[in-house]
Structure formats: C-alpha cells, structure tokens
Design a protein around this ligand. Structure first.
Ligand code: NI
Length: 166
C-alpha cells in the first residue's frame, strides 16, 4: 500500500480526459488500494485517478463518518439526475479552497466494480455530490469551473497566496 502524489491545480494534466478501463486485473486492484490509502491519508472523501496522474476512468469514494464504506467506480456514468443541491466543496487538488457549488440532488449512476460487474446506484445528498465531483475530474473538470468568474478569481488569488506561503 502506497500513498500516491496528488496533482495540484493548475497542473495541466488535471484537464486530461480519462480513458475507459478495459482490463480488470491485479494492477487495477493495486491502483485502487493505493488510491484509497492516498484519499484516507489526505484526508478526503473522494479521489479520481486523474488526480494521481493516471488517466483511466476510475474513482474511489468514502463519505462515511467511520471511513468504512469504500466505493469504487469504474467507467461510471450518470444515467439520470434530479433536483438541485448547493453544497460547499473542496478538492485535494486545490487545497484550502472551499466554495459553494450547485449540483444535482439525486443521481442514478451505472458503473463497473473491480471485477467488471455492471452495477447501478441511486443516491442523493453528499454521496451524489461527491460522485458528480469525481466524475467531473475524469472529464478534466474542476469544481471551480462551476462557480462565477468573480468568485473563481477571488478563490484563485487566495489559493496563489496560500501556495506561495507553502
Ligand atoms: Ni476533487
């Protein structure tokens, strides 16, 4: 088990679009194990492969308090969504920046598990928001893309200052 380095904004590879996973092998399992270790250590509630510079359609999530409900999403896509939810979001690739983002309140997601089995998940609230955030990463999108230009400029100025300070 190893912690992987997380790409930080504005690394250009955060804008890469992930490729479909076709091979469900031991390498994929190892990558998922390392991604969970990286996410739990950060600590965070979700991590997309894009953030560790691996451009495969893969994300790990655990929104539980006890950190005992790991969810692996391979080749996930949102089939249906409803409602509107506004939640404050952060991102391990843009540390210390939190902004309110408007998302869908409920989603139906089709994905594959680590054995390649097709699964469907219907969920709302924090998990639905987290899934949308991680799927965005796999399409090269970041949560700051969803906020107004003025708020984004302000947030990125603050981020630059924090980064310079280390
Ligand atoms: Ni993120």
């Amino acid at each position: 088990m190893a912690c992987l380095p997380i790409l930080l904004y504005p690394h250009p590879n955060l804008r890469k679009v992930a490729q479909r996973v076709d091979v469900f092998d031991e390498n994929l399992r190892q990558l998922v194990t390392d991604m969970f270790a990286t996410m739990y250590a950060a600590p965070g509630i979700g991590l997309a492969a894009t953030q560790v510079d691996i451009h495969q359609h893969l994300a790990v999530i655990d929104v539980s308090e006890e950190k005992n409900q790991p969810l692996v999403l391979v080749n996930a896509e949102i089939l249906a969504s409803e409602g509107i939810e506004e939640m404050e979001e952060g991102c391990l690739s843009i540390p210390q920046i939190n902004e309110k983002v408007t998302r869908k309140e409920w989603v139906r997601v089709r994905y594959q598990d680590l054995d390649g089995n097709e699964c469907v998940l219907e969920t709302g609230g924090l998990l639905a928001v987290c899934i949308q955030h991680e799927l965005d990463h796999l399409h090269g999108r970041l949560f700051i893309d969803h906020i107004s230009p003025l708020k984004r400029e302000r947030a990125l100025k603050k981020y630059d200052k924090l980064q310079k300070r280390g």
